[in-house]
Design a protein around this ligand. Sequence first.
Ligand code: GLN
Length: 238
Amino acid sequence: MSVGVLALQGSFHEHLAALGKLGVKGVLVKKPEQLEGLVGLIIPGGESTTMARLAEYHNLIQALQNFYKKGKPIWGTCAGLIFLANKAIGQKSGGQELIGGLDCTVHRNFFGCQLNSFETELPIPKIAAEEGGPETFRAVFIRAPAILEAGPSVEVLAEYTLLSNESTKFCSTIENTENEGQCQTGQKVIVAVKQGNLLATAFHPELTSDTRWHSYFLKMLGENGHQSLVPVKVKQDP
Ligand code: GLN
């Protein structure tokens, strides 16, 4: 009974380490046959076009779609979120393969370029209520996407409120012409969602020591019939 971490590219080692902190040994996935027998999968952050191309090269797109269709929980972080979305915009070069399933339109680089990357104390009311700990989460946004539209079955777990200087900063890059209407100061931008067995975060919980999102995902696996993976007691750094 193992949890997989897609290991084509990006921050997969960090996800393995976070799972390890919760007593769960993750399995790296690079080939379709390695999905067999897994009870859930994490798709890390990285670069979604590269990840999609590597997935195509390794014949993983359909295997990943089948994994989702079997109802197995998948959590996508950052590039992983983009990969799970039904629709991605903000691409320079016209399209990339997506696994799909998440009823959302995602802007790939909503929060600007690499230099616009930032960390923030993000309010996480639902996760804090379920996992305990502080009401906010130190969220690391690296060339991060955002969810522009979410369907009725999508539950919003976290929103980021645009500060006054950010409405121009994030919307002034060439790639971001498509999100102009979504860049008002004070506007709430969706950055974490759950839809059935899919979890998606625009930021990188694997890059911080706070394991509450990993614990939350393991609980989703528990609800899917794998109770032994649920951490008995989540240890938080002080
Ligand atoms: N915006 C990036 C992309 O298009 C994702 C960045 C990340 O995963 N840190 O793939």
